[in-house]
Design a protein around this ligand. Structure first.
Ligand code: SR1
Length: 385
């Protein structure tokens, strides 16, 4: 998957360069190792200060004093609807609880100015660390800078904040999109009519769109016949209604070959519309995975045949562990991307599969040891986990 993606990206450098709402070039090109080496002097000084503090022994590793207490963590979320967000929240809560801390979730219901207010509230409350989920730099940069000035570390997921000292994690949206689209290209043999579901203004969707645009250039015999999409409090239902309208416009069998729906709430809605219209010849290529998604994908003759995904609970775990590493004064990279997997229904057994056992069927699923310091086992053991 990666080789194909790299070749595609190289051949489309101009498209990528022209795209202003992506990670800065320095971040896209920087290997994680280089990012670690370039950590700011400030962070290095912080490391020295904290590492000279007392540590306590539990198990076989010293627990840094800074994390050896019940920490208060704030999670500032742009929205919490959908199965991705609920698995992510469960992952945050599970990891913070394992470390003996407490996480307060702030949900902005898709309102960026509310998200900025929540960030300010968390700073004013003097929390020990801040996790940011989605949101945009223009709304949050100022608050993030203030948090850092006040000594509150910040780790972000799925946004475009690039403030020095912040660790930004992602699911490698470029690979996610390419994984799903590559399967689509193979299945339709490089030609056909497709529908694209997309909404701008969300960093992961903006990044996936870069690959989609490159995909269209790469496969000139693939035509986009319709495009729609919106993110709301009921994205799946909205997508279903919008897809129903598209199906009415293209009633003949064979007039649409596939749908690229790079968010599982889009994919769920589109799949339902296709099933209800009896148009199972149209295949759906999605992104994300949950128990509900797996169930839909495993229904007999489900149009949703492929999805590219990481485990949202694991994304959250990695984000929390980077935050605790920062609080402990350890160096963390500026960027970190989890490795996604492509899940084809054809790779799954006939029996129902859940998130708990999908790793048995999908090679490379999960990365449980990312951002794990030796003392974390001891801290978890001490907190009875
Ligand atoms: C509206 S953005 C939705 C995406 O956020 C997360 O990155 C999930 O992968 C989801 O697809």
């Amino acid at each position: 998957m990666k080789k194909g993606l790299i070749l595609l990206l190289l051949s489309l450098t101009l498209i990528l360069a022209a795209c202003t709402d992506q990670q800065p070039a320095s971040q896209q090109e920087e290997a994680p190792e280089e990012a670690v080496a370039e950590e700011s002097t400030e962070a290095a000084e912080e490391t020295e200060e904290v590492s000279s503090e007392q540590t306590t022994q539990a198990g076989d590793a010293d627990i840094p004093a800074a994390v050896d207490k019940p920490l208060k963590i704030a999670a500032i979320m742009e929205f919490s609807t959908g199965t991705f967000a609920s698995q992510y929240v469960s992952g945050l809560e599970a990891q913070v609880e394992k470390f003996g801390g407490e996480v307060q979730i702030y949900n902005a219901n898709n309102d960026l100015s509310q998200m900025a207010n929540h960030l300010q509230t968390a700073i004013n409350q003097g929390v020990d660390g801040i996790l940011i989920d989605h949101g945009r730099a223009e709304a949050l940069n100022q608050g993030v800078e203030e948090a850092l000035e006040k000594g509150i570390p910040v780790v972000t997921f799925d946004n475009d904040i690039t403030v020095d000292g912040v660790t930004a994690i992602s699911q490698d949206d470029y690979s996610l999109a390419w994984g799903s689209l590559k399967q689509m290209a193979q299945d339709i043999d490089g030609e056909g009519n497709i529908v694209y579901v997309w909404a701008g203004g969300f960093t992961p969707l903006e990044r996936r769109n870069v690959i989609y645009e490159a995909f269209l250039e790469h496969y000139p015999n693939v035509s986009e016949v319709a495009r729609f999409g919106s993110v709301s409090n009921n994205t799946a239902l909205d997508s279903q209604n919008q897809m129903e309208a598209v199906l009415k416009k293209y009633p003949e069998e064979g007039s649409i070959d596939a749908v690229f729906a790079p968010y599982d709430e889009f994919a769920k809605g589109v799949t339902r519309a296709i099933q209800q219209a009896g148009r199972d010849e149209i295949k759906v290529y999605g992104i994300d995975l949950s128990d509900e998604d797996l169930q839909i994908m495993q229904e007999e003759n489900s149009p949703w045949v492929t999805t590219a995904a990481t485990d949202p609970a694991e994304v959250a775990g990695v984000q929390v562990r980077f935050l605790y590493q920062k609080i402990a004064g350890e160096e963390t990279p500026s960027i970190y991307a989890l490795d996604p997997s492509v899940v084809n229904v054809s790779d799954l057994p006939d029996e129902p599969v859940t998130m708990a056992d999908v790793g048995q069927h999908i090679e490379g699923w999960g990365s449980p040891n990312a951002a794990r310091s030796p003392w974390m086992d001891a801290l978890e053991a001490k907190n009875g986990q």
